[in-house]
Design a protein. Structure first.
Length: 249
């Protein structure tokens, strides 16, 4: 079982995503254990203030350190896992990737610090093992990025997906985009499923899927090819694609 803790001022944001589909089944099967801790419960004053105006002036409000530190001290003192990771959500963090999802899936507990308003008091950063982002844009808070990351990490856990082969064939798992998938009907308004998929020849099907994965990556995300593990056969195929592109220009 993996325990997931969200430290967030808006617990209701987490009610939907984990109550349906694959993640709901993972919870029901005891694979994921979801908890939400509200820093407002650890505020000092009776009005439960968790933010204040920034020193030096400027717009917006900044999350105060005291409620976050008190919430984290409580959480770390009442949960005991040998392998756990504290992750702070921020647009200035390392960009989350499939490789990071695989890395995080090895932990027993993940704690997500979700900011809001103008951001965290900078001293809160020392509570985190790492700072993560889901892209080069700014969201209202860290809740949505945290949920995105949990969804990606959960897919890596044994028993979460219906087929143990599903995760390794996902896009980005091996550094490439996933090959095209088809199902019935075989012919839909003249759009026909590739014949190789009906050949029964598993080697040919695997070769076709690999080439289609390379083709899609070449067309849509060529930047991924720079880090992907490629065989000489893969490289020869990419040379053909590049030559075909030049011939069409």
């Amino acid at each position: 079982m993996m325990r997931i803790d969200f430290v967030s001022l808006f617990p209701s944001m987490f009610l939907g995503p984990f109550d349906d589909s694959i993640l709901r089944r993972a919870r029901d099967n005891g694979i994921l254990d979801i908890h939400i801790l509200n820093p407002r419960d650890f505020a000092f004053d009776r009005h439960k203030h968790v933010d204040d105006s920034p020193f030096g002036g400027g717009s917006g409000m900044v999350l105060k350190p005291e409620p976050i530190f008190r919430a984290m001290h409580f959480l770390l003192g009442t949960t005991h896992f040998e392998r756990r990771r504290v992750l702070l959500m921020s647009p200035d963090g390392e960009v989350f990737t499939q490789n990071k999802a695989k890395e995080l899936s090895a932990y027993d507990q993940l704690i997500f610090l979700c900011g809001h308003y103008e951001g965290f008091d900078a001293r809160i950063t020392e509570l985190a093992d790492e700072v993560l982002s889901i892209g080069d844009y700014v969201l209202t808070g860290g809740e949505l990025p945290a949920m995105v990351m949990v969804d990606a990490v959960a897919r890596m856990l044994p028993g979460v997906l219906g087929s143990e082969e599903s995760a390794p064939t996902d896009s980005f798992y091996h550094g490439l985009l996933e090959y095209p998938q088809y199902t019935r009907p075989r012919d839909y308004h003249g759009k026909v499923v590739p014949e190789v998929l009906f050949s029964g020849d598993h080697a040919k099907i695997a070769s076709w899927r690999r080439q289609e994965s390379l083709r899609l990556t070449f067309e849509r995300r060529p930047d991924l090819l720079e880090k992907a593990e490629l065989s000489q056969e893969d490289r020869d195929f990419l040379i053909k694609l590049e030559q075909a592109r030049k011939d069409d220009q």
